[in-house]
Design a protein around this ligand. Structure first.
Ligand code: TUI
Length: 322
């Protein structure tokens, strides 16, 4: 399986690991890149020194391409951009905002830029600014989300831009990869599935909670603040929603959320912490190495596509599994 995104990033398989705050560390990013996908260091709200250390540590673990995801709501965006340029990172993705003003700088330095977008309008604007590709991320995703579902968003972004599009949100196995390719995407980005990689530093209790999650395990909070976030439902999301119902201000809600992500996903406080995760959590049943996840997904997608091809030519409808 080889697509335009493999050529763009010089990777073997069109599988990208979401640049998750706290979890997109050198351990996970290097394991994904070594496995033939594209690993991303998630800068999140981390200080520039941490990002530099993770870049160097990733380089010690793999010679394959990797990237850094810049979370544009971070107070350290400007310094993190300097670190990325100084360290010669070849690929940058962005999330949580409009990276337009930064794109010329990256292009001048020869980096590939792939913004994460949740709307057609932003993709069109950022294509004119020089983006090399996009991640079209539906509201099934974990963390900070837009309003449109992956199934509707991806083909509309594909039709609106000339550069390759990667699908994200609600994708966790080879059927998701085959579906994304059917929608015109050139690959997939997955976050929640890679939280359940052996190399991911997420707290074991968080990983276990993901394995036990069902289809309706997540909720999106924060619609009143303009920054909705999808997490596994727990005491924290119920408290947050009660505060929203009672008319809490954006400042109060933001203050309440402070520090809760680390508490949940790193320290393993399953009720008091924020457990950002996508709707696909219910599909994930085991923890395995990142390279095995990638191999399995690509093989499953190839088999699924072959099955569909056989069906189209022979008018045979397959049983549901496998
Ligand atoms: O960025 C994400 N997902 C994230 S970031 C994150 S860290 C965080 N921590 C605490 C509270 C909130 C976030 C957790 N998950 N996904 C990429 C993404 N970006 N999805 C949607 C967008 C997006 C939203 C608005 C991109 C651009 C945008 O632009 C608005 C504008 O200015 O037009």
């Amino acid at each position: 399986m080889h697509t335009a995104i493999c050529d763009l990033f010089d990777i073997e398989y069109p599988v990208i690991q979401g640049g998750m705050a706290w979890l997109g560390t050198a351990e996970l990013a290097s394991a994904v890149s070594e496995g033939g996908g594209l690993g991303l260091i998630g800068a999140g709200n981390a200080p520039p020194s941490w990002v530099r250390q993770q870049i160097r540590s990733t380089r010690e673990r793999t010679t394959k391409p990797f990237g850094v995801n810049i979370m544009l709501m971070s107070p350290f965006v400007a310094e993190i951009i300097e670190v990325i340029l100084e360290e010669g990172v070849p690929i940058v993705t962005t999330g949580g905002g409009n990276p337009g003003v930064h794109i010329p700088r990256f292009k001048q330095a020869g980096l590939k830029v792939m913004p994460v977008v949740s709307s057609v309008a932003l993709a069109k604007r950022l294509e004119r600014a020089g983006s090399d590709a996009f991640v079209a991320e539906g509201m099934e995703s974990g963390g900070h989300i837009g309003e449109t579902a992956t199934m509707a968003l991806v083909p509309q972004v594909v039709d609106a831009v000339a550069v390759p599009v990667v699908a994200a949100g609600g994708i966790g196995d080879g059927r998701g990869l085959a579906a994304a390719l059917s929608l015109g995407a050139q690959g997939v980005q997955m976050g929640t599935r890679f939280v359940c990689a052996e190399e991911c530093v997420a707290h074991p209790r968080f990983k276990q909670k993901l394995l036990e999650a069902r289809d309706r395990a997540t909720v999106a909070t924060g619609y009143t603040t303009g920054h909705p976030v999808r997490c596994l439902e727990n005491r924290l999301t119920r408290q947050f929603m009660a505060m929203e119902r009672d008319g809490a201000s954006v400042a109060e809600l933001e203050g309440f959320g402070e520090g809760k992500l680390e508490l949940g996903i790193i320290e393993g406080d399953l009720e008091g912490g924020s457990l950002m995760a996508g709707q696909i959590a219910g599909l994930i049943k085991e923890i395995k190495p990142a390279a095995a996840i990638i191999r399995e997904i690509v093989a499953e997608a190839e088999w699924g596509i072959a099955k569909l091809n056989f069906f189209v030519h022979n008018h045979v409808v397959f049983e549901q599994s496998p």
